[in-house]
Design a protein around this ligand. Structure first.
Ligand SMILES: C[S@@+](CC[C@H](N)C(=O)[O-])C[C@H]1O[C@@H](n2cnc3c(N)ncnc32)[C@H](O)[C@@H]1O
Length: 294
């Protein structure tokens, strides 16, 4: 499996489902019952995901499963594990790219790497890493800065299918042109093609990049902290959460970061308006890089 298999999904755009009429009381109840059933039967908790995108994804699955109502989808999901897994896959929106938002990676090199040089070892957590492009980008960056050997990169996601792709490090060859451009704009210092070998329509990333990566399923809605980190990346994940769940995740990150630990959020995310806004100072306000100060 490669990321090409996921190409039908989009994240911010998220617009492929036909527009639905405004939600009714009945529709909200059906969504609530579906999410409650999924939580009770399978342990996956989507109850605090933001409604607009959740609703679009659920309707997308109603059509994909060829049922006519959300209740119809609920019945199928509760009786057919494969249908439940397809729903999780659709709700997880595993869209990503290498060196996504190149200026962020450039800022990370300039503002965070000098701090990391002073540490005897470095632990980085990529929470919601999807198919791993962000994680391979980090491994390349640390390798070029001479820091990879003393780093451990923990890559987690709730979606086991995405993690499997991440572990294999096999990506679609058609994406390499864009990734090469991103890499150069992110301050890459070599030829990007040094890092992979092409085979038919795929590329496989060099095994040395994987040697300090640890992959594990972890659900930000239900699981606990599992280590102390110098850096946490959680980009383009919390945009899908409501305020309650965002605060839960910020509590988890605050607990998991060492003093002066660095938190990196997505372009459309912010530490402001969370319960933890006072606990961080910006290292780069535009690129959403924050440092824990209390
Ligand atoms: C749009 S992708 C972002 C990937 C990458 N961080 C990036 O910015 O390119 C969102 C990822 O968050 C994951 N995710 C969503 N809810 C999650 C949860 N509760 N716990 C862990 N991961 C979650 C999804 O499975 C998906 O892989």
């Amino acid at each position: 499996m490669t990321t090409s298999d996921f190409s039908e999904l989009t994240d911010f755009a998220d617009q492929e489902s036909p527009v639905q009429p405004p939600e009714s009381e009945r529709e909200l109840l059906e969504i609530e019952l579906l999410l409650e059933g999924v939580h009770r039967l399978y342990g996956y908790d989507f109850r605090n995901y933001a409604l607009p995108s959740l609703r679009r994804r659920i309707w997308h699955q109603v059509h994909a499963e060829q049922v006519t109502t959300i209740s119809g989808l609920q019945e199928k999901v509760l009786h057919d594990r494969a249908c439940f897994e397809r729903l999780v896959f659709s709700l997880s929106i595993p869209v990503t790219e290498m060196f996504r938002d190149p200026p962020l990676f450039r800022a990370f090199r300039e503002k965070v790497v000098p701090m990391l040089r002073t540490y005897p070892y470095i632990r980085i957590w990529h929470a919601g890493c999807s198919t791993g492009e962000e994680v391979y980008s980090m491994a390349i960056l640390l390798h070029e800065e001479g820091l990879y050997d003393k780093a451990r990169i923990y890559a987690t996601d709730m979606n086991g299918r995405s993690l499997q792709v991440a572990k294999e490090g096999v990506f679609g060859i058609q994406k390499m042109k864009q990734y090469t451009k991103n890499y150069q704009e992110a301050g890459g210092t070599r030829s990007f093609s040094e890092y992979y070998t092409a085979k038919y329509n795929s590329v496989i990333f060099q095994p040395f990049l994987r040697k300090n990566m640890i992959f594990a399923e972890h659900n930000l809605a239900t699981d606990q902290s599992f280590n102390e980190f110098n850096v946490i990346f959680c980009r383009n994940v919390m945009i899908y959460f409501d305020e309650t769940l965002r605060n839960r995740v910020h509590s988890l990150f605050h607990e998991s970061l060492s003093h002066f630990g660095v938190l990196v959020l997505g372009a459309k995310e912010s530490i402001h308006f969370t319960d933890y806004s006072d606990c961080y100072e910006p290292l780069d306000r535009v690129e959403k890089i924050y440092r824990k100060i209390k």
